[in-house]
Design a protein around this ligand. Structure first.
Ligand code: ADP
Ligand code: MG
Length: 262
């Protein structure tokens, strides 16, 4: 069963970071893009929308006493659950191993919508770091965002899953524009080639079915960089520890493109 969509048009300040495939870099990108936006003077919140299998706390080396689960169950107020993260941005963290969040119930749906409606006016950017897949939890989370950032790697499995995600979102949510971030590129021009490949499949199989063009904008690319894995292993924010490495510089450029546009 698919969760019904929210009735209001989501704000473009809310950006869902999604991909279909797991392990492509969504959480890494969300955390470091948030840090880059914060450095550019923006007030940023990252919400861990992987409600039952959270990762953001691990990447940021945070041990939260209060998570979204406490807000949903009335054990905490929302302001108390919004925590400062290294990098100068804010986070709303989730729990891990919580099977009750493997499906979207009407209660969680309403609570998540309410949380996002409450935080939206207080931040310049709200990033929703989704889990993998196209479960109703992921699709509903994306439906609350005005912009969708699809993270892909040049691997065929990532492309296939991104294609499936875009197709479903175009069909079920009427989305016609997606921002693309190609992560873990290995050579110059690879991101453009990946975007073109995906766009061509969409032009051929998705747009005709919907009778409307579906467009992918290449927001940017992040090169494959050994510093990323080292930072994840040490649970350090890359933008703070190695701000000059190629992946950090790419994320700063990405944040500049976003701040120039809004
Ligand atoms: N640009 C990159 N270069 C090298 N390794 C990367 C890069 N981006 C991500 N990774 C690796 O991929 C792993 C998974 O990233 P993660 O953000 O947890 O993926 P997801 O949230 O999509 O499941 C990271 O722990 C890191 O080791
Ligand atoms: Mg993740």
């Amino acid at each position: 069963m698919t969760a019904p969509l929210p009735s209001t048009t989501p704000s473009s300040r809310i950006m869902a970071v999604t991909s279909g495939k797991g392990g492509v870099g969504k959480t890494f990108v969300a955390a470091n893009l948030a840090a880059a936006l914060a450095r550019a003077g923006r007030k940023v919140l990252v919400l861990d929308a992987d409600l039952g299998l959270a990762n953001l706390d691990v990447v940021l080396n945070l041990y939260p006493k209060i998570t979204l689960h406490d807000v949903f169950t009335g054990k905490s107020t929302l302001p108390n659950a919004i925590l400062p993260a290294p990098g100068g941005f804010w986070v709303l963290l989730a729990g891990s191993g919580m099977v009750e969040y493997s499906r979207m119930t009407p209660e969680v749906r309403d609570q998540l919508q309410q949380v996002i409606a409450e935080v939206e006016p207080r931040f310049d950017h709200v990033l929703l770091d989704t889990g993998a897949g196209i479960s109703d939890v992921v699709l509903y989370t994306v439906s609350l965002a005005g912009e969708v950032l699809v993270v892909i790697t040049p691997e065929p499995t990532s492309l296939t899953d991104a294609y499936a995600t875009i197709k479903v979102l175009a069909q079920t949510q009427g989305r016609r524009r997606f921002q693309l971030l190609v992560n873990q590129t290995r050579r110059l021009g690879e991101a453009r080639a990946v975007r073109l490949q995906l766009q061509q499949v969409i032009d051929r199989y998705v747009s005709p079915q919907l009778d409307a063009p579906v467009r992918l904008d290449l927001l940017g690319e992040v090169p494959s960089d050994t510093a990323v894995r080292e930072c994840v292993l040490r649970r350090q924010l890359m933008l703070e520890t190695v701000p000059g490495c190629p992946a950090s510089l790419a994320l700063v450029a990405l944040a500049q493109r976003l701040t120039a546009a809004t």
